[in-house]
Design a protein around this ligand. Structure first.
Ligand SMILES: [Zn+2]
Ligand SMILES: [Zn+2]
Ligand SMILES: [Zn+2]
Length: 320
């Protein structure tokens, strides 16, 4: 077994040990060890892809060009720093290795937060970070053609259990929204991010509530209470934020609008969706003057019976 691989396994095991202990200081060390272990595992994938090369030549972060003996040029590692997460991802690409799915970003963020603020992490956040990394760790092991259950032993069982537990929590959070008018159409709830801690574990406290304006939202990870308006906005952004971003970037209309009725930024118009997630208002009908179909984009703010153009024209005529 290579040193790198062994170090990777040890770090992950240590991280999981720390995670399971009840000592207050251990969560910081859990995140640090676990994150280091996942990175090392990724580096091992790169090293095994070029087995005859010096590992340091593969995972160094900086190189400098030096002349070789034959009048050519080689690049040798400069300093001892090795690739970070982003560099590793790029190197996977240039090595032609598939980057596994999985969310290492929240783990990375958690780790950076700790380094800078020495904050106390709630267990829920660490659990989510570990669960989020799970597919990534699995993917690295697949690439290495190693069996994680054998390599990690008990630590792997803990990870499996944490992932299952997290998925159950997420399922419960999702189901708390089921009674809402759009509750069974949600498909992107993994993109929800608590504005306080980044967790996706947002739910409404009264599962039976079916009125968006009466939602009492809460984050299961950090305990933050979230207003009805903010909860609906989190959901709208999760469901449609990416489409909205792409659409605007391509020079097309935005998809998420301020609602003409309740003024919340929760009116969605795009694809087959055309209503406000907060107040259920929907722009419908035709312009009274030109008979064009009214939409949230073209409806006049001054006169809801007219399109922007006709409202403008009507005003002009009045003034003349
Ligand atoms: Zn939170
Ligand atoms: Zn509205
Ligand atoms: Zn018109």
């Amino acid at each position: 077994m290579s040193d790198l691989f062994e170090n990777a396994l040890n770090s992950i095991k240590l991280g999981i040990d720390d995670y399971q202990s009840n000592d207050d200081r251990r969560p910081v060390s859990a995140i640090r060890n676990f994150y280091a272990g996942v990175l090392l595992l990724g580096k091992e994938c790169l090293v095994r892809a070029a087995p005859d090369a010096d590992p340091m030549d593969i995972i160094a972060s900086h190189y400098r060009p030096v002349p070789d003996e034959n009048g050519g040029l080689i690049h040798e590692p400069k300093g001892y720093s090795t690739i970070d997460l982003n560099e590793m991802r790029n190197r996977f690409k240039s090595f032609g290795i598939d980057w596994p799915e999985g969310d290492i970003k929240s783990l990375q963020k958690l780790r950076n937060d700790f380094e800078h603020f020495h904050s106390v992490a709630p267990t829920e956040k660490i659990r989510q970070a570990i669960a989020g990394c799970f597919p990534l760790v699995e993917g690295f092991f697949r690439n290495l053609e190693e069996d994680p259950a054998v390599a990690l032993g008990e630590a792997w069982e803990v990870m499996l259990a944490e992932e299952a537990f997290f998925n159950r929590q997420k399922q419960e959070c999702n189901s708390s929204f089921e009674k809402l008018p759009w509750g069974d159409s949600l498909s992107n709830t993994n993109e929800i991010a608590c504005s306080n801690c980044g967790s996706t574990l947002i739910y409404q406290q009264d599962k039976g509530n079916s009125d968006p304006a009466s939602i009492r939202g809460k984050c299961l990870a950090c305990g933050e209470a979230i207003t009805a308006e903010a909860t609906v906005k989190l959901i709208v952004d999760a469901e449609h934020g990416v489409d909205d971003y792409i659409s605007v970037k391509d020079g097309a209309e935005q998809i998420i609008h301020d609602c003409p009725e309740c003024c919340e930024p929760t009116y969605v118009s795009g694809g087959d969706v055309n209503f406000c997630y907060f107040c259920d208002f929907s722009v419908e009908g035709e312009c009274a003057r030109c008979m064009c179909g009214l939409t949230v984009e073209n409806q006049s703010v001054n006169n809801p019976n007219l399109c922007d153009y006709c409202d403008h024209m009507a005003e002009k005529i009045m003034r003349e």
